[in-house]
Ligand binder design. Sequence first.
Ligand SMILES: Cc1cc2nc3c(=O)[nH]c(=O)nc-3n(C[C@H](O)[C@H](O)[C@H](O)COP(=O)(O)O)c2cc1C
Length: 368
Amino acid sequence: MVISKLFSPIEIRGVTIPNRVFYSPMCEYSCDSDGLATDWHMVHLGSKAVGGAGLVMAEATAVTPVGRLTPSCPGIWSDAHIDAWRPVAKFIESQGAVPAIQIAHGGRKASYTRPWDFPKRNLEAEEDGWPIVGPSSVPFDDTYAVPHELTKSEINQISQNFAQGAVRSLDAGFEVIELHFAHGYLASSFMSPLSNSREDEYGGSLENRCRFALETIESVRNAIPESTPLFVRISSTEFVEGGWDIEDAIQLSKWMKDTGVDLVDASAGGNSANQTVNPSPGYMVPFADAIRREAEIMTGAVGLITEANQAERILVEGNADAVFIGRELMRNPYWPLYAQAQLDGKSEHWPIQYERSSFDATYAGPKA
Ligand SMILES: Cc1cc2nc3c(=O)[nH]c(=O)nc-3n(C[C@H](O)[C@H](O)[C@H](O)COP(=O)(O)O)c2cc1C
């Protein structure tokens, strides 16, 4: 049987991921209270593992209560969160997929309404909201609150919160940690000269604006075993003239590689209300490609990757080492089974319970 690149395993540190279809982290806004994962997370993530994704990543999960994007977002700041996530990670693993988690701090974009709540606004205390924080007192736009400018000791504390969150995630059974440093959330807002106007060592030069990210990576890397893969999602550009761009992202990726990051998940945008971008199929693949070639680090490509041949081409042409797929896997959790049948003529990851429904099964009428 011919094995496509998409369905060949990839080994990162001590973990072998059975194929290169990675389920992209997708916020679900579905915690009942206190950031605890629910049955929704089990079904939502479990279905992607049943469907054959090689790695299934849980959504942006806050390392402190004020880091949640909304009051319905999950957390990993206490032992109760470990207990809530454990069955989810265990189920993903039982299906042969690698359970991964994206740990996050929403910074100046936290304490906001869920996408289906209107009007969109910063939530006040009486609506279960909380005061938000950022590198500088610059709000994202006029629907967001003005963030409290973090002090140096508060910055250091958040790096430690990430390290503790990573350790708790491993306790819960996740095997890969991704740091969410993209989309205008806390680390991303430190990186951009448009949202960071600090005059201390966390602002100004590129090196200073990347300091919080790199210190956090160092804290996390020191807290987790050598064998644990560490991914970082970044915004490769913020799509604004004079803002953070791909050259900055390449330099950051070189520094991240030296600090023990294994894979850069190359997303983009989300830090500025003035961004201009027209998404088209594979529109962010060139970022994964540029970072992979110039920083010589593994990358994941993401963004409107929906076709088996498209995903295969990205890998064969060396643009990335894996593809992160979000919305297409939400629409069709069984996409990897179809994609492998298309590329390799047979699906290897068919769940045993579904075997009589597999593409090459012969079915001669009801037996049971
Ligand atoms: C509903 C929804 C929730 C998302 N949540 C997250 C998230 O938790 N973390 C993150 O890094 N990106 C998040 N994203 C971005 C996706 O992970 C992905 O990068 C984006 O949808 C582009 O990939 P796609 O075209 O395959 O969907 C979200 C996107 C959507 C539509």
